[in-house]
Design a protein around this ligand. Structure first.
Ligand code: GDP
Ligand code: MN
Length: 376
């Protein structure tokens, strides 16, 4: 789960990481009153779950009161389009005291699955072009795996700053590490972490990504979830207890079991098409659940067909067929539906679909499925 910069900065404060003074603003009518409390320059920052807001026009420095107001009014409510997150409406802005930047660094703690450890990644070439740095001069980015007797000092020394700065950076790394461990974050990033002209080290940006599977033990973090930022279909699916992830292809798929769902996406690829989603309806899906799953699937405007691939174990094929038939009737689905069933009561299931008077393509195996999907 992602949170907003302003929320991450509140957490930073709790852990003793310095951030600039700021106030959140959600309504146009509050802009003037909020900006009155600032000295200038100040920075207006779009609060959306997206990186690269700066390049997308969502972060602007304002030199005086009037331009701050004009800028804030422009950013609050704007549609922000970034490479990373597509187009998003800006519902909140953070108004922040500007900082006199001497140097922009990059700092992150990321869960490194291959090494089963958290990795510290740091560079003295931070800021908006960090991706470029990673490509052009990867030697400027230092990585250290965090072990039991972790001490960031050696890595931090490589950045080439004096000991007063180094001490501040090390202290921020230790605080950030404590935050990541205590709150079960998968990633915490500060880009830029800046050294000011007054030799202070301050977090100018803040991104944290939490482990969804650990949220049950962090009510405080779960409370930070901004539903407006979630994909509406995925949110709906979560509420229905379905495992759904929206993707960019045209073939919707409904599958039971996560492994089979992945294999099904491979099959769609083999047919030269892309999956529109990942959907695991689970082992004991009821007819009602299947209909709900269909509803979520067909809300996708890119959809050209639905491929149902079910292994009838706990969920019997005839039971599934009833559910699918009802859903298609009730929801008036008029795109092709391809069904591959295997397992308990397979032929009974096929009979129900074939005699439903509706248009299904019941295939016998995955090779046949590929042939049908190819021609969509
Ligand atoms: P991002 O583009 O979504 O990562 O947003 P950031 O919060 O990182 O802001 C983008 C850039 O705006 C930073 O890399 C800084 O160069 C600049 N910026 C942000 N806050 C300040 C500030 O207080 N003073 C100055 N001079 N620049 C700032
Ligand atoms: Mn940033």
């Amino acid at each position: 789960m992602k949170i907003h910069e302003y929320q991450a900065k509140e957490l930073f404060k709790q852990y003793g990481i310095k951030v600039p003074a700021s106030v959140l603003c959600e309504k146009k009518e509050n802009i003037e009153q909020t900006i009155k409390n600032f000295t200038f320059p100040c920075v207006i920052k779009a609060q959306v779950h997206s990186g690269a807001r700066g390049k997308a026009g969502g972060v602007k420095l304002a030199e005086d009161y009037n331009s701050a107001i004009i800028t804030a009014e422009k950013i609050l409510g704007m549609e922000l389009t970034s490479k990373q997150a597509g187009t998003k409406k800006v519902n909140k802005i953070l108004i922040e005291q500007a900082v006199n930047i001497d140097k922009e660094l990059y700092l992150s703690l990321t869960f490194d699955r291959a090494n089963e450890a958290i990795a510290l990644i740091i560079s003295n070439q931070g800021g908006m072009d960090i991706e470029e740095t990673a490509k052009i001069s990867p030697d400027k980015i230092y990585t250290q795996l965090i072990t039991d007797n972790f001490n960031p000092e050696e890595t931090v020394k490589k950045l080439g700053f004096n000991s007063i700065i180094n001490w501040q950076i090390c202290s921020i790394i230790n605080s950030l590490y404590r935050l990541v461990k205590e709150k079960d974050a998968l990633m915490a990033e500060i880009n830029p972490l800046v050294i000011t002209k007054h030799h202070e080290v301050i977090a100018l940006d803040a991104k944290i990504n939490f482990d969804d599977n650990a949220l049950f033990r962090h009510e405080d973090i779960l409370a930070l979830k901004d539903e407006a930022e979630e994909n509406p279909c995925e949110l709906q699916a979560q509420k229905e207890g379905l495992n759904y992830i929206k993707l960019n292809g045209t073939i919707g798929c409904m599958v039971n079991g996560a492994g089979l769902a992945m294999a099904t996406m491979d099959v769609i690829r083999l047919a030269g098409k892309e999956a529109a989603n990942f959907l695991d309806v689970g082992g004991g899906a009821s007819s009602d659940k299947i209909e709900k799953a269909f509803k979520i699937l067909i809300s996708d405007k890119n959809l050209k067909a639905v491929f149902i691939n079910i292994f009838g174990g706990i969920l019997r094929c005839d039971f599934l067929a009833e559910g699918v038939k009802n859903a298609i009737q009730n929801l008036n689905i008029d795109i092709p539906v391809i069904v591959r069933m295997e397992g308990t009561n397979k032929s009974k299931g096929a009979d129900i679909l074939n005699h439903s008077g509706l248009k299904f393509t019941v295939v016998n195996d995955l090779n046949e499925a590929i042939e049908v999907i190819k021609n969509i």
